[in-house]
Design a protein around this ligand. Structure first.
Ligand SMILES: [Zn+2]
Length: 115
């Protein structure tokens, strides 16, 4: 059964909360590691690696968080489910898989292949 937009909005809100918690916890982990780095020089190599990994993860989470926030805002604008490229309607099955999708499948495929 296709989900309606109200359900999709709830999914997005849950995702937004989840991502903001994940970002908070990674934020504090990166800070702790910053302290550990200066105190334990012997482990510096692995800690730098670990920190780099967290920074990469944080960047990734931040991007998803921004996508989700952008999508939530579209509910207020009344533009949710509308492709940002061609202005067409994004299929509901696609939104169920990717609630923060910005493009319809046609545009997403076209933009992908252009890279
Ligand atoms: Zn499109």
């Amino acid at each position: 059964m296709p989900k309606n937009y109200t359900e999709l909005r709830q999914i997005l809100q849950a995702k937004e909360q989840n991502l903001s918690h994940q970002l908070e916890s990674i934020e504090s982990r990166v800070l702790e590691e910053g302290v550990g780095y200066s105190n334990h020089m012997a482990d510096a190599g692995s800690e730098v690696f670990e920190q780099g990994r967290n920074v990469g993860l944080r960047r990734q989470l931040t991007r998803s968080y921004e996508d989700v926030q952008r999508a939530s805002k579209k509910f207020d604008d009344g533009t949710y489910g509308i492709c940002e490229s061609c202005g067409g309607i994004i299929n509901t099955p696609r939104l169920e898989v990717l609630p923060a999708a910005r493009y319809c499948i046609t545009c997403a495929t076209r933009l992908e292949s252009r890279r």
